[in-house]
Design a protein around this ligand. Structure first.
Ligand code: 3HC
Ligand code: NAI
Length: 703
């Protein structure tokens, strides 16, 4: 969509109109330039107001256009901003709601700026692995001072317009409107005033002409570099921001602009920026369900019931209390209820101690929590989430009771991590109201929420749960029903590969180190020790019945037989010193692995870190392709969101699917074919999923 043009008295008003946030796509840029031309040509016009329709002045360059010819087509953003600067009639940017990235850079090209209070002002390019590419690094320090501007550019965080307007000596805003509603009228009056002021032909002010210096010069920038470098490992953009802002203080404006452009283009080509831009789009896509329209009516959720106050139930309850939604929590025994409440209190008190939560807020939250032993107390809850033991028999008892007491229209959710949500739904007479809400541990901290859609789950239930997830600040991803859903189904293949690697010659510490160097927060063995190796053991015992032919390494079973369940027993794949969490490579475990190899007649071989990473990651990718084919996930980027928010996959690699695509799907398939030749591995598993074969044959990616 383009920009509209109207004349009010002697003032032309150019209004960007490209919903949802007036991204500066090609048509919008063309519209602004055409508007400027019309205004120059109209003798009746003496000043120009540039503003945005709807809920933003502008959210910046159109991210969805990046990588397409439109992104660089003329007039590009630099050309548009230059046209604004060169206008012989004063241009007044009237900013409101959101002025970010290229949007703020556009406003900085104007001769004057008037802002509505409450406007979110930011140069958030760094969050996309970029730096401002249309003069932001050169102009923002000139109007706000080097330090404030550098903080904004390096953090990308929005600051409210009134806060910026209060900075002594700032030149960002020439005037603050009294409210967003009065901005259009105040902007017109201000434009008229500026037209009168410059009627004598006096020069129009330009930000580029302002001085830009820091009193400490290079020493300040070195300090900034040390601070930023320490916090931005694996991300090149923040340090580049420091370098380029320093150039704003040492180079003439136009030379600085060239350096900024050079750095912007270089960052745009980095895999890190590519991954972060993918994340931006993937995050927003995940909230949309292909066959559930966005305007689907939602059920009201004003109260929540939680069944089970164990590890998960307590954390789940905290999410709702934090969002101001009252919770009734149910247990079968008073001791369990007391224990659960004590844990919730302990968690909140730790936050109070660290200064992250005010005492009165803590008390307010606890006052919204009602403990109970009676199902009758759940009869009025709008949503009830079950987090009891992972046994179908126990779930059956709970859901039958829920069906009897819950009011009509209440949503009944299960936090099961592996069980069949369709079977759980069948325990009720209202399977349309049943859904999986799979939180991750610790449930009050982890961002991911897998929303498990049963065969009969109603669309409005899904729409409600997705909206609620946003309210409790979770990233919700929809999964169909299958064993392990998206995340755990893939991690099982990753864990199996980790086991095979031990049999073939690697040790736990080598596997962990290789994948941690790749960027994972924790390798599979450290993770096993943290979560408890007995959980996987129980699953493998179940698998032995369900899929007797499935090949897996016995080393993990041998470990559990030694009682080494992980940190909770003080020993697992690693040794632990009491009271500490440091994983110390274990001679006992290494000997167990070596003995196991000898018993199997296996001659250990040296395995490269590259092979370790590829086998672990591509095992997930192949399983993910089956998940896509089966319709369990609706898009590859949803799978990336699961791994980025729930499993510690390195953000700067964009998730397993994005990483595979960057690696080249052809190369992925070739590697799989190589792994399939390994007699120690599961050769059938490495047959590339049909979807992968098809995409490679067609030369396409997942997007
Ligand atoms: N380009 C294209 N689309 C954008 C966009 C942008 N810059 N910013 C937001 N959108 C889209 C989103 O994709 C989403 O679309 P969808 O409905 O189709 O999913 C829609 O706007 C709403 O976005 P949110 O869900 O994020 O809505 P919020 O109201 O929560 O937030 C916002 C609005 C604060 C503008 C937030 O979207 C945001 O932070 N956007 C990113 C802004 C940004 O990074 N700008 C810099 C771009 S790079 C640049 O300008 C380069 C320049 O220096 C040369
Ligand atoms: P837990 O053992 O810590 O807590 C379960 C609680 O449920 C106990 O306090 C128990 O007293 C209570 N309970 C048992 N039967 C009950 C009943 N009939 N009525 C009311 N309360 C009852 O277990 P955890 O780890 O919290 O797991 C709960 C559920 O969450 C399981 O389905 C599990 O698969 C799932 N889950 C667990 C994760 C984890 O990391 N622990 C992660 C994601 C899901």
């Amino acid at each position: 969509m383009s920009a509209s043009y109207e004349v009010h008295g002697h003032v032309a008003v150019i209004t960007m109109n490209n919903p949802p946030v007036n991204g500066l796509g090609l048509a919008n840029r063309q519209g602004i330039v055409e508007g400027l031309k019309k205004a120059q040509a109209d003798e009746n016009v003496t000043a120009i107001v540039l503003t945005g329709a709807g809920k933003a002045f502008s959210g910046g360059a159109d991210i969805k256009e990046f990588g397409s010819p439109k992104a660089i087509a003329e007039p590009n953003l630099l050309t548009v901003i230059r046209a604004v600067e060169l206008s012989t009639k004063p241009v007044i940017a009237a900013v409101h709601s959101v002025a970010m990235g290229g949007g703020l850079e556009l406003a900085l090209g104007a001769h004057y700026r008037i802002a509505a209070p409450g406007t979110a002002v930011a140069l958030p390019e760094v969050k996309l692995g970029l730096l401002p590419g249309a003069g932001g690094t050169m102009r923002l320090p000139r109007v706000l001072g080097v330090e404030v501007a550098l903080n904004m550019i390096v953090s990308g965080e929005p600051v409210k317009s009134e806060q910026l307007a209060a900075i002594p000596g700032q030149k960002l805003f020439d005037k603050m409107a009294s409210s967003a509603e009065s901005l259009p009228a105040e902007a017109l009056a201000f434009a008229q005033e500026m037209a009168t002021k410059h009627a004598d032909g006096s020069a129009l002010p330009l930000v580029r002409n302002l001085p830009c210096k820091h009193p400490k010069g290079a020493a300040y920038f070195q300090f900034a570099r040390n601070m930023v470098g320490g916090m931005s490992k694996n991300y090149p953009a923040p340090l580049k921001c420091v370098d380029v802002v320093e150039m704003a203080t040492t180079l003439p404006f136009d030379q600085g602009m060239l350096k900024e452009r050079e750095a912007f283009m270089a960052l745009m080509a980095t895999p890190e920026s590519n991954a972060l831009r993918h994340l931006f789009i993937a995050e927003r896509a995940a909230s949309k369900i292909p066959d559930v329209p966005e305007d689907t009516p939602k059920r009201k959720i004003d109260s929540v019931g939680v069944i089970g106050a164990g590890t998960m139930g307590g954390g789940i309850a905290m999410n709702f209390l934090n969002a101001g939604i009252p919770v009734t929590i149910l247990e079968t025994k008073q001791e369990a209820l007391d224990r659960g409440l004590a844990t919730i209190r302990k968690n909140y008190e730790a936050q109070v101690k660290k200064g992250k939560l005010k005492q009165d807020k803590y008390e307010q939250r606890m006052a919204m929590l009602k403990p109970t032993l009676s199902y009758d107390d759940l009869s009025q809850a709008d949503l009830i989430i079950e987090a009891v033991f992972e046994e179908m028999g126990v779930k059956e008892v709970v859901f039958k009771q829920l069906d009897a007491v819950a009011k009509a229209g209440a949503i009944l959710a299960s936090n099961t991590s592996t069980l069949d949500v369709n079977q759980i739904a069948s325990f009720t007479k209202r399977p349309q109201d049943v859904v999986g809400m799979h939180f991750f541990s610790p449930a009050n901290v982890m961002k991911l929420l897998e929303v498990v859609r049963g065969e009969k789950t109603a669309k409005d239930v899904l729409a409600t749960v997705m909206a609620l997830a946003k309210k409790i600040k979770k990233t919700a991803v929809v999964s169909g029903v299958c064993d392990g859903f998206i995340g755990n189904r893939m991690i099982e293949q990753y864990s199996r590969q980790a086991g095979f690697l031990l049999e073939e010659g690697a040790l736990p510490q080598q596997v962990d180190k290789a994948i941690e160097k790749f960027g994972f927060a924790m390798g599979p063995f450290r993770m096993g020790d943290l979560a408890g190796n007995d959980i996987g053991w129980a699953i493998r015992k179940r698998r032995a019945v369900e899929r007797a032919n499935m090949k897996y390494s016995k080393t993990a079973d041998l470990l559990c037989e030694m009682g080494r369940y992980g940190q909770k027993t003080g020993a697992g794949w690693y040794d632990y010193v009491p009271g500490k969490r440091d994983a110390i490579p274990s001679t006992v475990v290494n000997e167990m692995i070596e003995k196991h190899r000898a018993d199997q007649g296996i001659k250990a071989r040296k395995i490269s870190d590259d092979e370790i990473v590829q086998r672990l990651v591509f095992a997930m990718v192949n399983e993910a392709c089956h998940i896509l084919e089966e319709g369990i996930a609706s898009r590859a980027s949803d799978i990336d969101m699961v791994y980025l928010t729930g499993y510690g996959f390195p953000i700067y690699r964009g998730g397993p699917m994005h990483y595979a695509q960057t690696f080249g799907l052809y190369n992925v398939v070739t590697a799989m074919q190589r792994f399939a030749q390994n007699p120690m591995d599961d050769q059938a598993f490495w047959t590339p999923a049909p979807l992968l074969t098809k995409l490679v044959a067609e030369g396409r990616g997942f997007d």
